[in-house]
Design a protein around this ligand. Structure first.
Ligand SMILES: Cc1cc2nc3c(=O)[nH]c(=O)nc-3n(C[C@H](O)[C@H](O)[C@H](O)COP(=O)(O)O)c2cc1C
Length: 190
């Protein structure tokens, strides 16, 4: 039941700080390993990831606030800024298009599959970070921040930003969730 235990520990952590209990190298290793190991349709390897720490992370948080021209409160972006870093998740549209051309029958599926694979990677990084004692949350400031991110991290035009994951040392634990009646959502047939 290791999987369930890991998933139980993964929560949306908004109270994060710069005190992570492992070296930055461990975070990098986690991102590298998960990116390599997470499956993708036709093994197309469409996911792309940027890890921002230190000044780059802080600048990114400030720039998110600027990109929204005040519509995202400063307290919100500052709460992410207090964290250690941000993982940015993309997929590469060039890879998607190559597969569309090569496998015409499935052409309409490839972008969706790239998104699904990115989601699998996001979850893997999220639970992996928590296993390292690091809290994270999943944010979606794309597409408003796309241009800024592209310029800041010298990201190719073909990379489509899907999600942002601010992470850091854990401050306050999130409130406990109510146990749900899962049979409303799971059906088993024999
Ligand atoms: C596809 C997806 C999009 C999400 N987008 C956001 C988001 O933009 N901002 C945010 O704070 N949380 C976001 N979340 C986190 C969920 O709101 C959160 O996981 C859910 O409420 C359960 O809470 P927990 O993560 O603490 O278990 C997203 C989660 C998923 C899977």
């Amino acid at each position: 039941m290791k999987t369930v235990e890991l998933l139980k520990d993964r929560r949306s952590y908004y109270d994060i700080n710069k005190e992570i209990p492992v070296s930055e190298e461990k975070v990098r290793e986690l991102v590298e390993n998960t990116t390599e190991l997470v499956p993708d349709a036709f093994n197309m390897k469409s996911s792309r990831v940027v890890v921002a720490t230190g000044e780059k992370h802080e600048k990114l948080c400030d720039n998110v606030h600027k990109a929204f021209e005040g519509m995202v409160p400063k307290e919100k972006t500052d709460s992410f800024k207090k964290g250690y870093g941000t993982v940015l998740f993309f997929y590469d549209m060039d890879v998607v298009n190559e597969h569309k051309d090569e496998f015409e029958l499935y052409a309409s599926n490839f972008e969706d599959w790239a998104t699904q694979s990115s989601g699998m990677l996001q979850l893997s990084v999220w639970i992996g970070l928590r296993e390292l004692g690091i809290g994270a949350s999943l944010q979606h400031y794309n597409p408003v921040i796309d241009k800024m991110v592209r310029e800041m991290f010298d990201v190719p035009e073909s990379w489509v930003l899907k999600a942002q994951m601010p992470f850091g040392g854990i401050g306050e634990e999130p409130a406990q969730k109510e146990k749900e009646n899962i049979w409303n959502r799971v059906k088993v047939w024999k």
